[in-house]
Design a protein around this ligand. Structure first.
Ligand SMILES: Cc1ncc(COP(=O)(O)O)c(C=O)c1O
Length: 382
């Protein structure tokens, strides 16, 4: 097992800047850079037959099986998709809103979730949005109370992107299944930073991507579909890579694969499979349980330091409810947050902001020196 210092050394940016923005974009590792270069070398030398079949597709399979391991799934339950939005649209295309028009969401989901379901209104979907009382979390009861026999699906974000509140998922899954509804978990803010076992949680679908906590770059996202469900689902968003014999080039039948890959559509962002596999494998080597423990200690330190500056914490204070980031309200509203953000950037402290608050998202390569540097600079700007 590599030491913390060795993991830190994998990310050159950590030596140059105080990089506390993995919730937005995980940084490039030395490993992923080498792999990207390997891809370019192969592309320069080889034609598509060898590049794709001997190297690209096997690399994609490494991404698939690494992701499956991270969430406790089998590789046959995982489709590789271009984005979470695309995967969610594919799921939506399977549903018949005639008998079950209701889609239950929360007021704090990432907006793309709402956009996808809003677009389904023309197919008969009716959105029922559970509110938040404090702008930090959404109580499970607000969601379970909306689920009934007319519910087609419950759209949940396991870890809320603004506050990092961890949803109490099990009672929601239980209520959904009791009423015959599906549950889709958008886990973009969870996978790689808060452990999960999809089989134990019994969700029907999970979506996530390589870009953030998995440090794998853009263009590769994942859709988990529970094995017992796959064959009964007929997506209306399809393509040749979701069929049983894409290279048979048949056009008269639509014979979808029998595994989750029926949700795959057109040509993959194969170059990204090299970078993504590097990030995913580093996360697996570090281990999500261990990443979680380290993350909890760093975010606790962020909260302690915020307290000393009198900044309001807009994330759960209880460690078990808090995901990988801490959101802090800063003076001056949205403009104040932007001013501080840019001044920090000039000092090589990289964070992001949502509204009037900063988001600080340390990862496994960060340590207390990063939190210290962030707050030393932040103190000067308040
Ligand atoms: C929770 C969550 N879901 C979905 C997305 C968007 O995913 P994509 O751009 O892959 O569709 C984001 C992006 O930040 C997110 O935080």
């Amino acid at each position: 097992m590599k030491s913390r210092a060795a993991f830190r050394d994998e990310f050159p940016v950590a030596g140059r800047r105080t990089y506390l923005i993995s919730a937005s974009l995980g940084p490039l590792s030395r490993r992923s850079r080498l792999l990207a270069e390997e891809h370019l070398d192969l592309w320069e030398k080889l034609g598509p037959e060898e590049l794709w079949f001997d190297h690209g597709f096997p690399r994609l399979e490494r991404c698939r099986s690494s992701f499956a391991r991270l969430i406790g799934a089998g590789p046959n339950e995982v489709a590789i998709i271009p984005s979470v939005s695309a995967g969610l649209s594919s799921i939506a295309s399977c549903l018949d809103f005639g008998p079950r028009p209701k889609v239950v969401l929360s007021a704090m989901d990432f907006p793309t979730n709402h956009h996808v379901w809003l677009a389904q209104r023309r197919r008969g979907a009716r959105l029922d949005v559970a509110p938040t009382s404090d702008g930090i979390g959404v109580e499970a009861g607000e969601i379970t109370g909306r689920i009934d026999g007319s519910t087609a699906i419950v759209n949940l974000n396991r870890v809320l992107y603004e506050s990092s509140w961890i949803m109490d998922t099990p009672p929601i899954v239980e209520a959904a299944h009791r009423h015959g509804a599906f549950v889709v978990l958008d886990d973009f803010h969870g996978t790689g930073i808060v452990p999960i076992d999809v089989h134990r949680l019994e969700v029907d679908f999970l979506l996530s991507g390589a870009l953030k906590w998995l440090c794998g770059g853009q263009g590769i996202a994942f859709l988990y579909v529970r094995e017992g469900l796959i064959e009964s689902l007929e997506p209306a968003v399809v393509g040749w890579f979701g069929t049983r014999d894409p290279f048979g080039f048949g056009r008269s039948e639509l014979e979808l694969r029998l595994d989750a890959r029926r949700f795959e559509t057109g040509t993959y962002a194969l170059p990204q499979a090299w970078t993504a596999s590097g990030g995913l494998e580093l996360i697996l080597e570090a281990g999500v349980e261990s990443i979680r423990a380290h993350s909890q200690s760093l975010t606790a330190e962020v909260i302690r330091r915020a307290d000393t500056l009198g900044l309001e914490v807009l994330s759960p204070l209880a460690a078990e409810r808090r995901g990988g980031l801490v959101r802090l309200r800063v003076p001056g509203g949205r403009a104040g947050a932007q001013r501080i953000l840019h001044a920090l950037l000039e000092r090589d402290v990289v964070l992001d902001a949502r509204g009037d608050a900063l988001r600080i998202s340390p990862h496994f390569f960060n340590d207390d020196t990063d939190i210290d540097r962030c707050f030393t600079e932040l103190r000067k700007l308040l």
